[in-house]
Every structure is written in structure tokens, then in C-alpha cells.
Design a protein around this ligand. Structure first.
Ligand SMILES: [Zn+2]
Length: 252
């Protein structure tokens, strides 16, 4: 695996109630969460982990300080057409939005996730976490061979490896990259915040509780001797080096 340069862009912020962030919690109060896209560069290849979302979706969902993903990429010196691979951790609105923006990319999504959101999941209340317009693009993208449907386990995509963990949604997956000095695990929503893993408590909405617990074990074990980043913890920004407005770089 080539050593990767990993950058992050914060595409929005929102105050989130603790009861929504921790299953079975009656904890009062709320905390700010951030919405992140990850840009991984290795061997001349640019991979995006999760896509961000449109300004319309941000407004609809009460997300503030929205920065379009194209703008984040421009601040990082690239263009949506430079993105060759998009790893979609899962199909919730904040991780899979505006897929048409990435005209050249192949999307890597778990088959179980696509089947759920195009099929039986549509009648479940949790479907509201998906962006209907973005989900509606999937059949066309699949037909055009722009979606690589992954069948669980571990998939090596060169600079980045994906690992199916399920739990939060049927096809939730981690992205794992190797920097110069350590392994970096992007947990995405397998752990929304550091506290979710510490307390062994998933966020209120999940698909399979047992898989959420196994995912916590997997993240902790993969990150041993390396680093890991949860999906929405605002403290992530304090640990990264700012390289512009709302854009950050991980230490190598
Ligand atoms: Zn999320």
C-alpha cells in the first residue's frame, strides 16, 4: 500500500442532542457535530471517502456553515473530475449526496447497503436519513458500471482498504489508509464520536446492535498503534493541521 496523504474538509456543522447521539441515553444537553469529507492521495490517485451534500439538503436538515464539496476540493487544489474513486461509508444523506458531481469516479458501496436503500429499507422510518434524490441516481450509476458493489469483508483498493462492519446500516464500511508513519482508520458512522466507542454505545438510530458492538472492537483493534477518526466528532478538527478555511491535513 502506498503511503497516503490524507486531508479533511468540514462541509457543515450542527448542534445534535445527546439523546440522538447515544442509544438509550436520557443525557440532557447537546453538542456540536461536524460533517466531514476525506480526501486521500496516494500513488497519483485521489480517493474521496464520503461525498458531503448539497446546499439544499444542508438547509433542509438544519446544517450550518455548509461548504459545498466542490469548494472543499478547490481549496485542496483539485476538482471533482480529479476524483477517481469514491468510497461511500453508507448511504445516509451526509455521506452520499450529489453523486453526479463526480463525473469520472467509480463509487465503492456495499451491495447490502444498496439493496437495502433501493429495496426494503424504503418503507422503514430510518429511510429518512437518506437523500431521496441521491438514492434515485443509483440505478443509473449501476447501469453505467460506475458503482462497484462490494460483498462484505475486506476490499483492497490500493491506497485505501475498505472493511464491511454493518451495524449502523446494513452495509456500513470503514476506510483504512496507511500514512508514512501509521495506519489511519476512518470509522465514519461506525462511531459517530470518540465517546460512542468509549461508552460502547452506538447512536440512537442503528440497524444491528450486535454488529455495532463488533464494529467498536474492530475499530479499536485496527487503530492499535495507529490513529482513528470518528464520523462527526468536532474535536477531530483540534487534532488536525488547518491548511485553509475548513480544510485540514493529517500529520504524516
Ligand atoms: Zn453521518
Amino acid at each position: 500500500m502506498d503511503a497516503a496523504i490524507i486531508r479533511a474538509g468540514v462541509v457543515g456543522r450542527r448542534v445534535f442532542h445527546n439523546r440522538g447521539l447515544f442509544h438509550m441515553s436520557s443525557e440532557p444537553g447537546a453538542r456540536e457535530v461536524v460533517y466531514i469529507v476525506w480526501v486521500i492521495e496516494a500513488g497519483g490517485h485521489i480517493t474521496l471517502v464520503d461525498t458531503g451534500f448539497s446546499a439544499g439538503v444542508a438547509a433542509q436538515r438544519g446544517i450550518e456553515a455548509h461548504v459545498p464539496t466542490a469548494e472543499i476540493l478547490s481549496r485542496l487544489g483539485c476538482h471533482p473530475d480529479d476524483i477517481e474513486s469514491v468510497i461511500v461509508s453508507h448511504l445516509h444523506f451526509d455521506h452520499f449526496g450529489e453523486p453526479n458531481l463526480f463525473g469520472r469516479a467509480t463509487f465503492y458501496i456495499q451491495r447490502s447497503e444498496v439493496e437495502y436503500f433501493l429495496g426494503r429499507g424504503r418503507s422503514h422510518p430510518v429511510y429518512r436519513f437518506a437523500d431521496e434524490d441521491s438514492i434515485a441516481c443509483l440505478p443509473r450509476l449501476i447501469k453505467a458500471s460506475r458503482v462497484n458493489l462490494l460483498d462484505g469483508g475486506v476490499t483492497n483498493l490500493g491506497p485505501v482498504t475498505t472493511m464491511h462492519v454493518g451495524g449502523h446500516t446494513p452495509g456500513s464500511q470503514l476506510a483504512i489508509a496507511r500514512c508514512q508513519t501509521s495506519t489511519v482508520v476512518l470509522a465514519c458512522d461506525a462511531a459517530h464520536t470518540y465517546d460512542n466507542l468509549t461508552r460502547r454505545t452506538p447512536a440512537a438510530a442503528f440497524h444491528n446492535y450486535d454488529e455495532c458492538q463488533t464494529a467498536f472492537d474492530t475499530i479499536a483493534s485496527l487503530a492499535r498503534g495507529g490513529r482513528w477518526y470518528p464520523g462527526h466528532d468536532r474535536s477531530i478538527c483540534d487534532t488536525l493541521r488547518p491548511i485553509g478555511d475548513a480544510v485540514y491535513e493529517l500529520a504524516p
